[in-house]
Write a protein that binds this ligand. Structure first.
Ligand SMILES: Nc1ncnc2c1ncn2[C@@H]1O[C@H](COP(=O)(O)OP(=O)(O)OP(=O)(O)O)[C@@H](O)[C@H]1O
Ligand SMILES: [Mg+2]
Length: 268
């Protein structure tokens, strides 16, 4: 069974989409079959992967509405082992359209279920809100990966997300865990960033990834070329840091599965 990871933080602009795209690409580059699902009406992950706006495309919206299967929505990307299910601006309306729907929190989970055998990792890029879209992603997920900037009040901002995760675990998805917390746009030269990083370490312990993502212009440029950073400039610090993050995530996963002899494929 593949592992589903929701990249979530209700705060805007913290690096969710950059993390989702580049983590997914780094996993695929490590020869792990990976699916990236764009769950955000802004469609940044879709355009960042080079998809043109196409009103006809089958998207996460169709999945949530039960209008298409996940299989029909799959798009192969430039990297051989990476697939994408794109978003659509209609997704904004899904929050309202689903209000009275049956199993409204389980729509994405149900839609992705047939693909869980086929992919070793499914990465969900969430919108900056604790809305029904993020709720669907958290119900579909095994783990939530939280990108955070090393700023004052970072912890206060994330407490609402952690409370939501706890509530979802109790009510809707007992299997949901914290996959990990990653510091993004990190500037290690400032005292403030160092202090906040130390505080996050105290708070999250092992769940904070050792890998930090530096502020790096290549990471900001790559989406306008429709590429993950490793296809845009593989030697950039940004691309390298996401490759390290993917490795750390895979290593933890193999450890959790009980032993280094089993690769992620077997372990899944
Ligand atoms: N490590 C980084 N270095 C430089 N720029 C970055 C980095 N990470 C993200 N950015 C830039 O910061 C902006 C916000 O990043 P991103 O879109 O990934 O955040 P987000 O959390 O997905 O935003 P939203 O909440 O709107 O979905 C983007 O312009 C992105 O290119
Ligand atoms: Mg985003």
């Amino acid at each position: 069974m593949g592992r589903v990871i929701a990249v979530a933080n209700q705060k805007g602009g913290v690096g969710k989409t950059t993390t989702a795209i580049n983590l997914a690409a780094s996993l695929a580059a490590a020869e792990v079959n990976t699916l990236l699902v764009d769950c955000d009406p802004q469609s940044n992950a879709s355009s960042g992967m080079g998809l043109r706006k196409d009103p006809e495309r089958i998207s996460t919206y169709h999945l949530l509405m039960g209008a298409a299967s996940a299989e029909e929505a799959l798009q192969l990307c430039e990297l051989e082992q990476l697939w994408l299910i794109p978003s659509h601006k209609n997704l904004l309306g899904a929050n309202l359209e689903l209000v009275d729907a049956e199993r409204r929190e389980f729509r994405l989970r149900d839609a992705l279920a047939p693909l869980r055998e086929r992919f070793e990792f499914i990465v969900l890029d969430c919108p900056p809100a604790l809305d029904l879209l993020t709720l669907n992603a958290l119900v579909a997920a095994d783990g939530v990966l939280i990108p955070m900037q090393a700023e004052y009040f970072a912890l206060e901002g994330v407490s609402e997300l952690l409370d939501t995760v706890d509530r979802i675990r109790v009510a809707l998805n007992p299997g949901l865990g914290i996959e990990g917390v990653v510091i993004t746009m990190f500037d290690e030269r400032t005292n403030l960033a160092q202090q906040v990083a130390a505080e996050l370490k105290r708070h999250f312990g092992e769940r904070l990834y050792t890998t930090t993502i530096p502020r790096n212009i290549r990471l900001a440029e790559a989406p306008s070329h429709g590429k993950p950073a490793l296809l845009y400039d593989v030697r950039s610090r940004g691309a390298e840091s996401y490759i390290r993050l993917a490795k750390e995530l895979l290593d933890r996963y193999v450890q959790a599965q009980g032993g280094a002899e089993a690769g992620p494929v077997e372990a899944a």
